[in-house]
Design a protein around this ligand. Sequence first.
Ligand SMILES: [Zn+2]
Length: 308
Amino acid sequence: MRETKLSAHDFVLPLFISEKIKQRRAITSMPGVFQLSVSEAAEEARHAFELGLQAVLLFGIPSEKDEQASGAFADNGIIQQATRAIKEQCPDVVVMTDVCLCEYTSHGHCGVTKRDGEHFHVLNDETVELLAKTAVSHAAAGADLVAPSDMMDGRVGAIRRALDEHGHEDTGIMSYSAKFASVFYGPFREAAESPPQFGDRRSYQMDSANGDEALREAALDVDEGADILMVKPALPYLDILWRVRERFGKPTAVYHVSGEFAMVKAGVEKGCFEERAAVLEIMTSLKRAGADLIVTYWAKELAQWTQE
Ligand SMILES: [Zn+2]
């Protein structure tokens, strides 16, 4: 009589791949999560696939950053290298790639910025052009889906057009449609080495108080050609997840983010609850609220727990 059942296919494993390391490096705020080298990432993706997972989501840490984020769209950029290595080791695993500039810009913002005195602006159109270029280079390296996470206006449409123009009609777009400015991204910024060096991201991420605005953003992404819509973070935004899934009837993903992960780990460490039971309850609630896909740092454990 159970309405909601979890399976390994529900989960996507995020991988952090660093050009700066030869061996895995622990991320202190996220116990059990590592930055990986390219070859380690390829092995990890194969391992994940063998455990029953279908997909991985790649984040890159380049060895050099600059104002124009040139590492994001370089042919031999870190994501491009990792995508090729993973596809070589395990052609059947679905490779999703994060498309954003913040890991590649020296200032850590998600776009090209202009500063005047105390103020700075993120230049929307210049940024969108670079995002489209980045998406095309990921597709050329073998990515199955590109996942723009920047929240700039018009980027899904621009990416769709650029992919089609370059013969990547089959590459899908998983769009971060409702990405809220959130305190729960803290540990991720250590993992991806992408904290903004000045200002914050509130000018382009959404206010946590705005549910209707989230639906308007998602509607734009649907019109522009998104294949999968994503809501991020997860637990504090279950209502948004539900509304997006109900309103558009599109495959909908949710990102259970680093701070949510760290919170559960801390609770477990303090003896407040048992990890597996807590994680299964959270994941069940996300699926019940409409998630077709759940991006989570517990993906590998969940692949095992849901098979037992
Ligand atoms: Zn970003």
